[in-house]
Design a binder for this molecule. Sequence first.
Ligand SMILES: NC(=O)c1ccc[n+]([C@@H]2O[C@H](COP(=O)([O-])OP(=O)(O)OC[C@H]3O[C@@H](n4cnc5c(N)ncnc54)[C@H](OP(=O)(O)O)[C@@H]3O)[C@@H](O)[C@H]2O)c1
Length: 270
Amino acid sequence: MKVLVIGGGNMGLTYSEGMAESPLLNRRKLMIHDLSAETIARLNENPEFNVFEKLEDCLPQADIVFVAVKPYHCEDLFKKMKPMINNQQIFVSLMAGVKIDFIKEALGASKVIRTMPNLPAKVGRGVTSFTESEAVSRVELLMVRNLLDTTGESIHVDSEAFIDKSTGISGSGPAYVFYFMNSMLEAAKKMGFSDNDSRVLVSTTFEGAVKLFNESNLTPQTWMDRVASKGGTTQAALDSMDDNNIKELIKEAAYAAFDRAVELGEESNQ
Ligand SMILES: NC(=O)c1ccc[n+]([C@@H]2O[C@H](COP(=O)([O-])OP(=O)(O)OC[C@H]3O[C@@H](n4cnc5c(N)ncnc54)[C@H](OP(=O)(O)O)[C@@H]3O)[C@@H](O)[C@H]2O)c1
């Protein structure tokens, strides 16, 4: 199978690095197309990539095409792509907010898959939500899922509304975790720990808590109950968070990201 990635920036490169290892490529090199001379030179350093400066040299021969340009570049790109595509090709969008109907219309294509990637894909621990247009078969969906899974895990969702909802949870989510980490780092430094010790204390605590969670069937609440004893130190911290309504504020933040994803989608598909 021949896979092409259009746009070798942050996300395009991250997914390309994962997918280049996929057995589905049958040892064919992953094709990448970008316009920037600087990006092309950088991509050419990776022997697993076949880098193309011209769309006409790679697009017609691709079976699956990943689109990883910024949403505001896609209209021009789709105009260029339209005369070169065929109806068997599958188009997978990594672009935030751009709707399946818009892509189908702009490309004149029927097989379109829309995804919501997230940043930990960079280290093989991402989670990608995806949904598809009617014309995509189960087998084709499975092939694309196998490619997405080279960057971590994926979840199939039934509608595009859940792609916007994924933005509020997993797409923007890494930043919420960094926000929490940042607050704990600031507290550690204020208490007098060195930068390095603060980093070890905070990152190991996050890593350890996630590992405990993943290696059991227990809920976060059960783990909190296990750590906190009545009248103890952890309970003092949890009470302080409850008094300040932190839980509701975090939920509100996730909904703010979801609402913004819907808004951006409406703007970019007008
Ligand atoms: N970064 C994230 O965490 C994240 C998360 C979720 C979704 N996404 C989505 O991923 C997509 C890519 O984002 P990114 O951060 O990877 O952007 P990026 O780093 O700017 O990469 C886009 C690349 O595409 C190139 N490009 C632009 N127009 C092109 C064209 N017509 N043909 C071929 N290449 C073209 C750009 O070149 P120039 O630099 O010369 O323009 C750039 O190298 C976006 O749609 C975004 O919504 C990103």
